[in-house]
Design a protein around this ligand. Structure first.
Ligand code: PLP
Length: 400
């Protein structure tokens, strides 16, 4: 065998270092979910697997708070869920109003254009929620629009938008709605039926605390009707809902692609954990830990990017103080304390940190660990901090 095809291999078996994941995702995956991943692989048409698929759909309906029959996990990350919505709902020439207040709204515009649609962009400042008045104005100016798309929880800034109002405006104008709930699902209320949302996707790796790589998705009856009457094939074979229905539908189980079985066991387990905790308790836990983190960060002199009223509890974007070295702080947190936090994206790169308290990562011990670590790293950067004050403030928040 020629030498140049020999692998250059130093790792005998990859053992990742122990980390505490407090960035924008993935979040920490609990042992119970990791154990589910390691169970024996069986066939994707095995009756035992098919029975699990049915339960998985029902657990997903609970997480999304919907009775939508067409609710299933896409075999791919959140970006695949996003793309599935656009390739099935946007026909060439369709006008789509996209609300953009961060990175992920920008990706929606890309999707519209790649589907041959025409994007009408409603821009809001990064760090602010989508302004419903601007959407209303865009709908009035574009009565031929077919779809409205927006991000419920903008992970690039930590801003939460009013999905109920935005979906209502879309429907009053006769549009279908596409809603990105990648970061919001199970961290704050996602009420698909109450909102009347039409196409909603999420990701496995955020507040569900499952391994990355799956995208829970749900579609209303209105979407099913639109797909039945579209009279053409979707431009993507893999993401064509018509074809996928044969595998994930109510009555049929025909081969479409080899399902990522073990990942689906893990998603089932993580959704079971959400159902056992209950959604209201999970939302309250995310809020409680956010408030304690906020109390500690204030002691360290770190201010939030987003106004209190629109702040995501699971994604805390804070401004990096003048004179503090962004990369050095993140590197020290990772190397010296085993904690990952996120950097800013796009225009916010170097200006903010994104601290995630998502799913299983949203725990008191993580909040206290991060505050203690951040205090020592900021002190090493020459910031004046009162030793112990941040942790004490967080503890007072938990007690009060
Ligand atoms: N939408 C939002 C709001 C996100 O935060 C992300 C990922 O962080 C995505 C979409 C894309 O998800 P994925 O990275 O799983 O493809």
């Amino acid at each position: 065998m020629p030498d140049n095809y020999l692998p250059h291999q130093t790792i005998q078996s990859f053992a990742p270092p122990v980390r505490t994941l407090l960035g924008p995702g993935p979040s920490d995956v609990p042992q119970r979910v990791l154990a589910a991943l390691a169970r024996p692989t069986i066939g994707y048409l095995d009756p035992a697997f098919v029975a699990m698929m049915e339960e998985l759909k029902s657990l997903m309906r609970y997480a999304f708070q919907t009775r939508n029959a067409l609710t299933f996990p896409v075999s791919g990350p959140g970006s695949a869920g996003m793309e599935m919505c656009f390739v099935n709902l946007v026909n060439p020439g369709d006008k789509v109003i996209v609300c953009r207040n961060g990175v992920f709204g920008g990706r929606m515009i890309e999707n519209v254009e790649r589907c041959g649609g025409v994007a009408v962009v409603v821009d809001d400042e990064w760090g602010k929620p989508v302004d419903p008045a601007k959407l209303a104005a865009a709908l009035a100016a574009n009565p031929d629009a077919k779809v409205v798309a927006f991000v419920h929880a903008e992970t690039s800034t930590g801003a939460l938008s009013d999905a109920a109002t935005l979906c209502r405006l879309a429907h009053e104008a006769g549009c279908l709605s596409i809603v990105d709930c990648v970061t919001s699902l199970a961290g704050v209320p996602v009420l698909v039926d109450e909102w009347g949302a039409d196409a909603v996707y999420s990701g496995s790796q955020k507040c569900l605390s499952c391994a990355p790589g799956l995208s829970p998705i749900t579609f209303s009856e209105r979407v099913v009707e639109k797909i039945k009457s579209r009279g053409r094939k979707a431009q993507s074979w893999f993401l064509d809902l018509d074809l996928l229905l044969g595998y994930w539908g109510e009555t049929t189980r025909t081969y479409h692609h080899t399902a990522p079985n073990n990942s689906l066991y893990a998603l089932h387990e993580s959704l079971l954990m959400v159902a056992e905790e209950t959604l209201p308790a999970a939302w309250a836990r995310h809020r409680r830990n956010h408030l304690a983190l906020r109390a500690g960060l204030e002691q360290l002199g770190l201010g939030f990017v987003v106004d209190e009223a629109h702040r995501l509890p699971q994604l805390n974007a804070v401004s990096i103080p003048e004179g503090v070295d962004d990369k050095a702080v993140r590197a020290s947190l990772l190397q010296d304390h085993g904690i990952e936090i996120g950097a800013g994206l796009g225009p916010l790169a170097g200006k903010i940190w994104r601290i995630g308290l998502m799913g299983y990562s949203s725990r008191e011990e993580n909040v206290l660990h991060l505050l203690a670590a951040l205090e020592s790293v900021l002190a090493a950067q020459g910031r004046s901090v009162t030793p112990g004050a941040a942790v004490a403030a967080a503890q007072r928040s938990y007690q009060g």
